[in-house]
Design a binder for this molecule. Sequence first.
Ligand SMILES: *[C@@H]1O[C@H](CO)[C@@H](O)[C@H](O)[C@H]1NC(C)=O
Ligand SMILES: *[C@@H]1O[C@H](CO)[C@@H](O)[C@H](O)[C@H]1NC(C)=O
Length: 205
Amino acid sequence: RVLLAIVGCATLFGGASATCAAADNVNCPTWIKSGFCDNYSPVTLAVSCPKSCPKAGCGATAVPSTGTNTTTVTENANCAKWNNDPKNGFCATATADQKKIFCKTTCAAEIAAVDDCAVFVQTGDKSVRTGGNRTTTIKTAATTTNLLMNVFAKEKCTVGLYSVEAPAATDTVIKSYGPATAPSQYFKITVAAEQAAKGVTCMCT
Ligand SMILES: *[C@@H]1O[C@H](CO)[C@@H](O)[C@H](O)[C@H]1NC(C)=O
Ligand SMILES: *[C@@H]1O[C@H](CO)[C@@H](O)[C@H](O)[C@H]1NC(C)=O
C-alpha cells in the first residue's frame, strides 16, 4: 500500500509545474527517511515536500531530522516481496528513481545493468533474472507454470523470443522487442506463447 501511494504520487508529480505547494504531503517524513529529498527532481520536491526539502527551492533550509540518516538510502523491507510478485515485478517495472530510492540492493542488476539483455522468469515465488550479451542466447527455463514476465534490453538492443532453447537462423521468432530507445528498456510480456519462450536472442547495433 505504501509503495502504491509513492508510485502514484511520483507519477502524478512527474509532469507538474515547478510551483511550491502550500504544505507538505503527509507522507513526507516517511519518504524523507528513504532519501526522497536527495533523489527526486526539484519540480517533484516542490510539489510534494516543499517545506522539508531544500532542493525544492521553496525556502526550506535543512532536511528535518527524522531519526534516520537521510543521506543513507536504505533498502525497503518489502523489496523482495514487491519484486517477486508477478503482478508487480518491481525491478523490471519501477522507474529508475524508484529502484534507487527503495530497492538499491534488490534491484542492483537493473540500476547498473552490465548485460545487454535479460529475462525475468517467475519461478515458484521468485522472480529470477537471467542476463545475456549480444553474442549469447539466453535459456529462459520458462515452463507452462514458470512464466517469462519481463524482458530487458539495453539501448539499441533487440530481444527475440523463441520456442526452442537454442534458436537457429531457420527458427521463427515468436516476437521481437526493441530495439530499445532508452538506455534501459523493459517490456512486459503478457501473451501466453511469449511467456513460455525457451530461448532468447540478443542483438545490438
Ligand atoms: C550520514 O551518512 C553519510 C553517508 O554514509 C555520512 O557521510 C554522514 O556522516 C552521516 N551523517 C550522520 C549524522 O551520521
Ligand atoms: C555481459 O558483458 C559484461 C561486460 O562485458 C559482463 O560483465 C557480463 O557478465 C556479461 N553478461 C553475461 C550474462 O555474460
